[in-house]
Design a protein around this ligand. Sequence first.
Ligand SMILES: Cc1ncc(COP(=O)(O)O)c(C=O)c1O
Ligand SMILES: [Zn+2]
Length: 401
Amino acid sequence: MYLSHLECPKCDATYESEQRVHLCRCGSPLLVRYDLKKVKRTFLKKALVTRKENLWRYWELLPVNKEENIVSLGEGMTPLIHLKKSGPKLGIDHLYLKDEGLIPTGTFKARGAAVGVSRAKELGIKVLAMPTNGNAGGSWAAYCAKAGIKAIIVMPQDAPMINRKEVAITGAELYLVNGLISDAGKIVGRAIAEYGWYDASTLKEPYRIEGKKTMGLEIAEQFGWEVPDVIIYPTGGGVGIIGIYKGLRELQEIGWIGEKMPRLVSVQSAGCAPVVRAWKEKKSESAFWENSNTIAFGLNVPKALGDFLILQAIYQTDGCAVAVEDDEILRAQQMLAREEGIFCCPEGAATLSAAIQLIKSKWIKPNEKVVLLNTGTGLKYPETVHTEPNLLQPEDRLPRI
Ligand SMILES: Cc1ncc(COP(=O)(O)O)c(C=O)c1O
Ligand SMILES: [Zn+2]
């Protein structure tokens, strides 16, 4: 067992990890800490050679004590694809995309759900509740079904239709709210206070980050433990970027990677960019973004609970934050599909739009190694593509090309 305790990144308070804890008494999210000295002594890179190609291969750095509590649908070790056409066209040879579209439930949310639900099972949880912009709800509902945990999911009524269906088919309780994820969060908060359900809201349980940090561990492993120069991440609640940063710092502590950290870039939609605004103003926290609106639904988070952690990850790696317009996102989505054969979700496509801006402004140099995170499959967003094919009659002939 390597799990040590929970720690507050704001006031340094610590909590025992074998009990159910959500936020610190100061209101901050908590981070999971391990006995990294012990991990360093006993977890050797060569152990990975014989382990399965899923995120549990890093179990010494994950918060589940007993193997029998692992709830897995085969998540992790997604491909890291060299964009051999799009990169050189933009002026860089080493542009890569990590494709989370190939993971159970179709988005990277499966990582947080796999680890979060496994840990909830280990803690004996029977009912959990969460607000979601859609994809996390779909993932948590699936893993809860497998774990035998009842899930109550509340999402904005504008969330993609597919998310309703994936929640409904797993037998979770689904509610829609006439509002944003922040409104869904308030409704869930009231129910939790009244009924004592387990609060699985973003960053209100500490284990989701642990699942998402495995994206960082995998990127390092896939590059032979040499981290890239830049990682570009689409940021809503920020769990992904916070997790990648945490995972890479842990790899440094156990001596698996050197001093170099990738510069972490947070991409948001221009219609909801609280982190970008805070970064531009050199603030350590963001302010609520009024009237947010974007096609990249997962990025529609007007104020993230972990905003200070997102900003820390950016500042401490000399990264930056970039806002992109919805039409740029759609153009990038089409470019990736046409040039590379990858049908990205709009959130993932936003990372290419950001790379285009950063290459133009020379923040990214031509010889640098850059990783885009495509956080999900475009198949979950059929409404982002409009097509009107010609209708043929059975006797019609196809024109010559
Ligand atoms: C496809 C997709 N990408 C990115 C995000 C943003 O994730 P994070 O909370 O890690 O910032 C979401 C969140 O809903 C999402 O569904
Ligand atoms: Zn605290």
